[in-house]
Design a protein around this ligand. Sequence first.
Ligand SMILES: Cc1cc2nc3c(=O)[nH]c(=O)nc-3n(C[C@H](O)[C@H](O)[C@H](O)COP(=O)(O)O)c2cc1C
Length: 212
Amino acid sequence: MSTVLAIHASPRGERSHSRRLAEVFLAAWQARHPQSRLTRRETGRALIPPVNEAFVAAAFYPEPDARPLSMQADLAFSDELVGELLGHDLLVISTPMHNFSVPSGLKAWIDQIVRLGLTFNHTLDNGVAQYAPLVQGKKALIVTSRGGFGFGPGGELESLNHADTLLRTALGFIGITDITVVAAEGEESAERTFQISVAEAEERLLALAREF
Ligand SMILES: Cc1cc2nc3c(=O)[nH]c(=O)nc-3n(C[C@H](O)[C@H](O)[C@H](O)COP(=O)(O)O)c2cc1C
């Protein structure tokens, strides 16, 4: 992997744990790959527009090559985000868990990059919709922080974790299936509990920086 796109989704800046943990990975990864290219995209502290009617009309226009100029303009930012995604090998998403899912800015980013004809295709098979991913050869690393405890695999709250499942499903839908999740849990538990989880996450991220 020689190029990384880092998406930061926390509304918090320096106080964000997910952001800081992702930066631990990025610093270690860059130290090992000094020639690499790293791009950061903010979805937590900058507005990613939600999908609106004009976007839907333009994105699903039946003749994409003949889109009117006004529709091309409606998709310009989405085109930029898709180009950015396609232009990097490794996607690193840092995100808090917000109300059992991801912050709305990250959801808006997903809605902007899941694009018919660019990142997935749609056909009909005997009148039934079929979908095919168009993105190939990418990995994703999701670095997340949660207030509660037990949302990971086998945990008591796993079935309430709609953040990892949303990211895995949406990224998988466009063809990014090689996904690793590293989580720090328990910010709202005793300080020591969270510290241990953060230290374990850091260790895992440093190991991944040597691997990727
Ligand atoms: C609006 C909001 C909703 C939250 N919802 C959840 C939740 O559903 N489950 C959870 O475990 N923690 C939840 N938290 C706590 C955050 O996940 C936790 O503070 C996390 O460490 C924040 O990550 P950050 O430091 O990167 O912003 C929520 C926090 C906020 C501000």
